[in-house]
Design a protein around this ligand. Structure first.
Ligand SMILES: O=c1ccn([C@@H]2O[C@H](COP(=O)(O)O)[C@@H](O)[C@H]2O)c(=O)[nH]1
Length: 285
């Protein structure tokens, strides 16, 4: 293929913030399709295939790629398959078109030398664009991921689950919730060019509070669809001048049908969400 035919991301093989925004504009979409590929939930007819999870993810990717700007394999679903799961994950990641942002949803983070090897696993061995990282072991557990050039860390800030209230919303003596301290402190470690935050869609107007603290960073927003978060609220409170949002839906898309038409059903769901996102981009950008 001649060089002039390729996009910036394809030539450089990494995704800058500007390139991500350009993909969002091109597709009128900020949809991230979550690959939570559960062997117990995929359609029965795939189970006779040599690698059922690969076959499932392949069809989901082929059917939804027109509407997605990111894919997020949830690493637990692959790890749970044992050594074969890692091979499947590698093959799935290689299948994702180069101009689409890839997220290893692994929620890692450990003492420095261990984090370095987690980063090597996801960035070098598997060439993901980004990995989700837990912040609670502090700077030395996060910065090894940020040392990889042209890669992204997506730090858990305000998660979508009920348990997020146990720690993240606890206030210090000045009334500042812990998630805000995470946002403030982590800005010493990375920039909007290599650091994003996980902000749950179920947190409504708190997304606006997060946006005030980190105006320029992208958010990975899980929790629409199966968890009941509102896409409208996410856009209203979270969108910035470069969109700044990757909104994930996993079960709502990939299990839209449990039958042979699962790929087409996933495509319909992705298309529906993309349509809503297009309207929101027109409204808020
Ligand atoms: O706060 C968080 C962080 C990560 N997740 C992950 O996102 C998807 C959500 O799946 P749905 O089926 O769309 O609910 C899943 O992989 C979670 O592990 C999250 O939900 N909340």
């Amino acid at each position: 293929m001649p060089l002039w035919f390729l996009t910036f991301a394809e030539i450089l093989d990494f995704m800058t913030r500007a390139e991500l925004f350009s993909q969002i504009q091109k597709k009128s979409s900020f949809l991230c399709v979550g690959l939570d590929a559960d062997i117990n939930k995929i359609p029965a007819h795939l189970k006779s295939e040599s690698d059922p999870i690969f076959s499932f993810c392949k069809e989901i990717i082929e059917e939804t790629a027109d509407y997605a700007v990111a894919y997020k394999p949830n690493i637990a679903f692959f790890e749970a398959l044992g050594p074969q799961g890692w091979e499947t994950l590698q093959k799935v990641n290689e299948l994702i078109p180069k101009e689409i942002f890839t997220i290893a949803d692994a929620k890692r983070g450990d003492i420095g030398n261990t984090s370095q090897l987690y980063a090597k696993a996801f960035f070098e061995k598997m060439d993901f664009d980004s990995v989700t990282v837990a912040p609670y072991m502090g700077a030395d557990s996060v910065t090894p991921f940020l040392e990889f050039e042209d890669k992204w860390v997506i730090l858990l800030a305000l998660t979508s689950n009920v348990g997020s209230m146990d720690f993240q919303l606890i206030k210090d003596e000045n009334g500042k919730p812990l998630y805000q301290t995470v946002l403030e402190k982590s800005q010493e470690w990375g920039t909007p060019e290599n650091l994003m935050y996980v902000v749950g869609a179920t947190r409504g107007e708190l997304i606006g509070e997060v946006r005030k603290i980190v105006p320029d960073h992208f958010f990975l927003v899980p929790g629409v669809g199966a968890q009941g978060g509102s896409l409208e609220d996410v856009a209203k409170y979270g969108m910035n001048s470069t969109c700044g949002l990757l909104v994930n839906s996993s079960r709502g898309i990939i299990y839209a049908s449990g039958e042979k038409d699962f790929g087409k059903a996933a495509r319909q769901e992705a298309k529906k969400l993309q349509g809503e996102m297009k309207n929101l981009l027109e409204m808020y950008l």
